[in-house]
Write a protein that binds this ligand. Structure first.
Ligand code: MV4
Length: 530
């Protein structure tokens, strides 16, 4: 493993950065550049002409048609644009080219500064088995399992018997749950191995599969680290990321209720050891499973800025994107230890997905947008009125992040912020988040990585309490009014309110459809979020 080698610190300042991304993270990077007095260059596809990230930057360049393969993923072209416009550096954001070893290397070889970890560290952490080998060498706890690909089903069965069922088969090239199979009994292992290998081959072009003991019902807790080019590596706290669906995080927070100061120190030390073993420089994140006994296990390292970085920023006071730029420019970190987290931060991912219909992607044009504001609110967004939301890119439109002195106050603040938020033109995850804030299990943080998927039917089956109450109150008033006035007389007061209009229509339908009508109305009202 050549991972110990680090790149030499940059010898020139960064004056101009090309942002090889779009949406909210491109806006976020442009803001960091602006505050540091660095010029920024946005790139955009034909679908993103005039998008917020384009106007957030100082300059912009059209890079191709909507499909990412013809625009945001054209690494060679992006490097050419950067050189042509005399950029000093490229920031990849997350997704797209951010964790492609070849791109990090090509940027460096073009004489540009890569605002991210060395290509060697990306490669070392890109293979899950190589990452496990590094972590083990560093003394970082990993889940019991192998660091080599399985030869065949016989060997898999032997190892499974050794670790004890259930076991988990994982793709070595994997991540994100692809090529993963839980195996609960010896009879299942041969076919599970076969299908895991097939899925891994299709997803990654590599059918190597290894085996781990399966950890039941853990939390997903990750540690943010910052490493400078001079050997200082600091863990700056954890994020609780257990609220996820199909390997997509929905809500993140910092700190985690499951992490004491002593555990924070132990997990932080473990993350720093793994990062150092990989020769890591810049911002990075070590993912851990944390079980009910307080034992933690390294899963993998994300070698990029993450979507959920703002919760760490709010409880630490650090600007992580600014630190990415400063570290890339060779600046040393001025601290060797992070402060204990201050207060509580929660992030809700606002996506163009319809929770009422299985989180199906929703498309359209944003026709109205009212953003929450006031104490402790942060909006990291990439949309505005007029933005067309299509299917070419990730459905995450924005992140709503709150900060408050306590977790309870942060939940109340998030509920308030979600109630202020209005997005019209596409369906969004907003209603889902509102219901989450009212959920007793979420309020106690009595959750693990399996909790949300088990909870979803109940969560989305019943109308949200606050909105339901509002709709029901409108209904009750109108019913009472109608009874008072008698059936023959006109109902309602001509209010423009949708509930009142529908109530009047319902009243004309007669008593039999009344109850069903109100129930439907309350449900529609609760889902509409207007
Ligand atoms: C596990 C696990 C339980 N036991 N490994 C999911 C994707 C990849 N990053 C690792 N993953 C898991 N690995 C062992 N030995 C459970 C998961 C897992 C998971 C981890 C983090 C966040 C969400 C998850 C959802 C399902 C499964």
């Amino acid at each position: 493993m050549s991972a110990k080698k680090t790149t030499a610190p940059a010898t020139r300042p960064i004056r101009r950065v090309l942002i090889a991304n779009r949406g909210e993270i491109a806006v976020r990077i442009a803001r960091a550049c602006r505050e540091l007095g660095i010029e920024s260059i946005a790139v955009y596809s034909e679908a993103d002409a005039g998008a917020p990230h384009v106007r957030a930057a100082d300059r912009s360049v059209l890079i191709g048609p909507a499909p990412a393969a013809q625009s945001y993923l054209r690494g060679d072209h992006l490097i050419e644009v950067a050189k042509q416009l005399e950029a000093d550096a490229i920031h990849p954001g997350y997704g797209f080219l951010s964790e492609r070893e070849w791109f990090a290397r090509a940027v460096r070889e073009a004489g540009l500064i890569w605002i991210g970890p060395p290509a060697e560290a990306i490669a070392a952490m890109g293979s899950k088995t190589a990452a496990r080998t590094l972590a083990i060498a560093a003394g970082t706890p990993v889940v019991p399992g192998t660091t080599e690909a399985l030869r065949d089903a016989t060997q898999a069965a032997e190892l499974a018997a050794q670790f004890g069922y259930p076991v988990l088969l994982k793709a070595a090239a994997g991540g994100g749950g692809k090529g993963m199979r839980v195996v609960r009994a010896p009879a299942e292992i041969a076919s599970a191995l076969e299908s895991a290998k097939r899925e891994a081959q299709n997803a990654f072009g590599d059918d190597a599969v290894y085996i781990e003991k399966y950890i039941e019902g853990p939390r997903h807790v990750e540690i943010q680290i910052l490493a400078d080019a001079h050997g200082t590596c600091v863990a700056v706290g954890e994020r609780e990321c257990s609220i996820q669906r199909r390997h997509q995080k929905m809500i993140e927070e910092a700190p985690s209720v499951a992490v004491s100061p002593a555990l924070r120190k132990r997990m932080g030390d473990a993350a720093v050891a793994a990062a150092k073993a990989a020769g890591y420089v810049n911002a990075g994140t070590c993912e851990f499973l944390l079980d009910a006994h307080g034992d933690f296990y390294f899963l993998e390292m994300n070698t990029r800025i993450q979507v959920e970085h703002p919760v760490t920023e709010l409880v630490t006071g650090l600007d992580l994107v600014q630190w990415q730029l400063r570290i890339a420019a060779g600046e040393p970190l001025p601290f060797t230890q992070a402060p204990e987290p201050r207060g509580w931060a929660i992030e809700c991912r606002i996506t163009s997905e319809d929770p009422a219909h299985g989180f199906l992607p929703s498309t359209g044009r944003i026709t109205a947008l009212h953003l929450p504001s006031g104490p402790g609110i942060r909006w990291d967004g990439g949309i505005e009125v007029g933005t067309t939301v299509g299917l070419s890119y990730d459905p995450m439109l924005a992140k709503l992040i709150v900060h408050a002195p306590t977790r309870e106050a942060a939940i109340a603040r998030m509920r308030r912020a979600l109630q202020e938020l209005v997005i019209e033109g596409v369906e969004t995850s907003c209603e889902f988040h509102l219901r989450m804030m009212d959920d007793p299990d979420y309020q106690r943080s009595a959750v693990d990585i399996q909790w949300l998927e088990a909870k979803l039917p109940a969560l989305l089956g019943a109308p949200a309490p606050t909105e339901t109450l509002r709709a029901a109150a409108v209904g009750a008033v109108l019913l009472a009014e109608r009874d008072r006035q008698g059936r023959a007389r006109q109902v309602g007061n001509g209010s423009a309110n949708g509930a009142a209009r529908s109530a009047a229509a319902d009243a004309q339908g007669g008593a039999s459809s009344e109850v069903r009508g109100w129930a439907r109305l309350a449900r529609e009202e609760s889902l509409r979020r207007s």
